[in-house]
Design a protein around this ligand. Structure first.
Ligand code: DHB
Length: 460
């Protein structure tokens, strides 16, 4: 493990008449015993003007926050990025460009993924931690303020950012970190930014059916890979079979028990629970989040009068029907949405091991397995679940949180991000949480707002 600050390139990148000029420290191994030496590397970028004593937005070589986005999607390997075009997705330019332009130091680690035997859970979170330990190890040479580390990610990458925020320095990860020769440093972070985190996988199936039960049509886009050509996207529309409808009913019925066990409370200390039908104060809480989302959209000038699931009075959103909302956004996944009974979901592969390429991670899944699937160890499953670690005595919980879950997201239930937020609040954290109107499963769509939030928390 080395840093060597004399070994760098100076690059420029232009986009829409905006140009960044930055110093790039490329391809540093962030561990001493990598499973994949070419992949477990980190790139570090610094605004070049900092080296001639200039500052941007009040930041300089010493005090700039360190923004650490990950490129993980679908729990696939997430390579170390460079400022410029997006790897995938609609946005033409990645967050690294804008973060450098804004004055942050940016670090981007490569993170192992589920398709590799050495990329199974918990490899992804172990790599993210190891990368942060590396930055701390070389803090006297690496620019920026290691006390102002902000992680950022979307979907599976949002899950990793959330995990970074809740599991800081937790001893459970130590053997894995030792295994890859990570630096003996702290790995807690200052702030976590999470877009539509795919978390709480062992409860995501019941949450999904609580939301989408009775929505029997599904619409999804399948990504198909043909050799080295870019993937093609093929839409698939279908109808749940009788068996799937029965599975949906069974999973939905299990959700209230989980929610009630959590003893969640709203901002006023009222308990949030569900009755056997899946209705009650927790449902009202989720509905209130949608009301807030609609209200903001109306205030910004959108006409939502045609949304049949929404009640608007005197130009204000005052109520929603959650189950009508679910019908309107439409179902994407067939039940069980995550722990697939034939082990065909990305998450099944994530929980594989050397012996089995894919495993179950719920009791329901293993009990109803169509392929005699095995279940992953309880500990391995919980190592990937931020909800399991919030409030744990052995962890340094990130001080600041920003979580976005698009109002039109159908990849996981809105309950999933809400549960994390409620647990964080219970642990004493303020969370900047919203369900932005009309936004599907995606991230980085409001970087200006994200950066304004980062600037604010770094100044206080
Ligand atoms: C992602 C999306 C999913 O629907 C899922 O189950 C896992 C990961 C993603 O986009 O990262």
């Amino acid at each position: 493990m080395h840093f060597n600050k004399e070994n760098f390139e100076v690059n420029t990148y232009s986009y829409n008449g905006r140009e960044i000029r930055y110093r790039a420290f490329m391809n540093r191994s962030y561990v001493d015993k990598p499973a994949d030496p070419a992949f477990q590397i980190i790139n570090i970028f610094v605004p070049e003007c900092y080296y001639s004593g200039e500052s941007i937005n009040g930041y300089n070589l010493q005090n700039a926050p360190i923004f650490i986005p990950n490129s993980v999607g679908g729990y696939m390997p997430g390579p170390a990025m460079v400022p410029g075009p997006m790897l995938f997705g609609e946005a033409p330019i990645n967050s690294l460009f804008f973060a450098l332009e804004h004055g942050y130091v940016v670090a981007s680690p490569g993170i192992r993924g589920r398709i590799w035997t050495y990329g199974k859970a918990p490899a992804c979170i172990v790599d993210y931690k190891a990368a942060i330990r590396y930055l701390r190890h070389f803090k006297d040479e690496v620019p920026g303020d290691v006390n102002k580390i902000i992680t950022n990610g979307t979907s599976a990458g949002g899950a990793l950012s959330a995990l970074m925020g809740v599991t800081g320095n937790h001893p459970d990860y130590e053997p894995y970190l030792e295994g890859i020769g990570a630096a003996k440093e702290r790995d807690d972070i200052f702030a976590a930014s999470c877009y539509c985190p795919i978390i709480n996988l062992e409860n995501a199936d019941t949450a999904y059916e609580w939301q989408f039960n009775n929505v029997n049509e599904y619409h999804r886009i399948n990504m198909e890979f043909n050799g080295d050509a870019p993937p093609t996207f093929i839409p698939e529309d279908g109808l749940l079979t009788d068996e799937q409808i029965q599975i949906s009913d069974e999973l939905k019925a299990m959700f209230p028990q989980y929610i009630n066990k959590l003893s969640l409370k709203d901002n006023d200390g009222n308990s949030l629970s569900l009755d056997a039908y899946g209705t009650g104060s927790f449902l009202s809480y989720i509905e209130s989040l949608l009301v807030d989302s609609a209200d903001k959209a109306i205030k910004s000038g959108l006409d939502l009068s045609k949304e049949t699931w929404l009640t608007i009075k005197d130009g204000k959103a005052i109520g929603v029907d959650f189950f009508q909302y679910a019908k309107q956004v439409t179902r994407m996944k067939v039940p069980p949405a995550f722990d697939n009974l034939s082990l065909e979901a990305p998450e099944n592969e994530l929980f594989g091991n050397k012996e089995y390429p894919a495993r179950h991670f719920t009791q329901y899944g293993v009990f109803h397995s169509k392929v005699h699937g095995k279940i992953a160890e309880e500990k391995t499953i919980s190592l990937l679940n931020p909800v399991a670690y919030v409030g744990s005595a052995d962890t340094a919980l990130a001080k600041h949180w920003r979580i976005r879950h698009g109002q039109a997201d159908r990849d996981t239930s809105l309950a999933i991000s809400a549960i994390l937020v409620l647990k964080l609040k219970e642990a004493g954290r303020k969370v900047d949480y919203a369900l932005p109107w009309g936004i599907p499963h995606s991230g980085d769509y409001d970087l200006e707002e994200l950066f304004a939030w980062i600037d604010k928390i770094c100044l206080t």
